[in-house]
Design a protein around this ligand. Sequence first.
Ligand SMILES: [Zn+2]
Length: 159
Amino acid sequence: MLITPHTLVGIALGTTIQNPAVAVPLAFVMHFLGDLVPHWDFFSHTDREQRLRGWRPIAVMADLSLAIAVGMFFVLYALWVVKSTDMAVNIFLCAVSSVLPDVLEAPHIYMPPEKEPKITRLVYYFQHRLQFQAPLPWGIISQLGVMGFCLLLILSSII
Ligand SMILES: [Zn+2]
């Protein structure tokens, strides 16, 4: 999935499950379940060249920036509006945890193969097998569904 829906799943867990010892590891596991939702992302059916050149790296940065903005918004909302430092910390940790598998995979995509650390190759291998791709527009609609569901969960627990 794209980074933004992954992040929203993390935020939803951070707002609904108060105990970080449960929520943070769960957010990590939910990344892999998220990738099982049929989806389209910038790397669907691409080769190494296509991932490194053209519009794709820019799109990834835009997705990442949006994810960070959404994460920051809810962290600050928890701090300033809900006035709960615990919730703010929990949301932050869950959001990071929910995108961690993709962060660990980044060296596989952006580093030359001979310089790539073994651990990232392992994460990539594992993640690649769990990806469930879907063609457009369904691959985006499914992610909009995930995001909508997460937003409902988030709003129901912070308002
Ligand atoms: Zn992933």
